[in-house]
Design a protein around this ligand. Structure first.
Ligand code: E4P
Length: 226
């Protein structure tokens, strides 16, 4: 199981990494825009360099289909072994992906909605395919059935891994785990709550209370009787 933080906000990213169970950072142009990255970084290179320096996991960089070379030039000096290049799953994306793979980058085909797209990308041997769960639901697609079909369409011998993306609720997360998704990217709000449950919190409080009684009892036993 791999969990990624879906964000371009540096505070959220830092907090997520400090949770200790996040293995990667996924970004896209919309996330960069909402984080206003231009206000906090000299350029894209310094932004992604900062993310790489935060931990030793993977950083996903989405390139535009138009003028993608500009973004590639920006990130050119950065550690390619940990940069994953995201490319939307459209026909001109395939040509670009092949060129970029030849430069030694790993690819994540993103905005994947159909099993056919998944088959094509897996046959190109990309590292990841990101399926947009919530957006499928918004589009009126039976998202869970669709993601199941996508998983089934990729041969078990394939190295391509399916990342569930665009996840907004615990119900969506839960149903994805049930069908065997083991790579997920989630926003900070959900991510930080993954470890919590009201029941666990109540149990933990009760254990603390009982341990305090145990320690107190030991202390009382040791206290010299006057
Ligand atoms: C992740 O890689 C995606 O870019 C992200 O989850 C998109 O989903 P959303 O914009 O619907 O949240």
């Amino acid at each position: 199981m791999k969990l990624f933080i879906d964000s371009a906000k540096i505070d959220e990213i830092k907090n997520s990494i400090s949770l200790g169970y996040v293995q990667g950072i996924t970004t896209n142009p919309t996330l960069l825009k909402s984080a206003e990255v231009w206000n906090y970084n000299k350029n894209l290179r310094s932004f992604y360099s900062k993310l790489l320096d935060l931990f030793d996991g993977e950083v996903f960089v989405q390139i535009p289909l138009r003028e993608f070379q500009n973004v590639l030039d920006e990130i050119e000096p950065l550690d390619r072994t940990r940069l994953i290049i995201k490319i939307p799953s459209v026909s001109n994306g395939v040509e670009i992906a092949k060129r970029i793979m030849n430069l030694g980058y790993k690819i994540c085909a993103t905005a994947v909605y159909t099993p056919f797209q998944a088959i094509v990308w897996a046959s190109l041997n990309v590292e990841y395919i990101a399926v947009y769960f919530n957006r499928m639901e918004i589009a009126g697609i039976d998202a869970i059935e669709n993601v199941k079909n996508i998983l089934n369409s990729i041969s078990s011998k394939s190295n391509t891994k399916v990342i569930a993306a665009s996840i907004k609720t615990f119900e969506q997360l839960n149903s994805l785990v049930q069908i065997g998704i083991d790579h997920m990217t989630i926003g900070y709000d959900l991510l930080e709550k993954l470890i919590e449950s009201n029941n666990s919190r109540n149990d933990a409080d009760k254990f603390d209370e009982d341990m305090a009684s145990v320690i107190e009892a030991f202390y009382q036993k040791r206290k010299p009787k006057i």
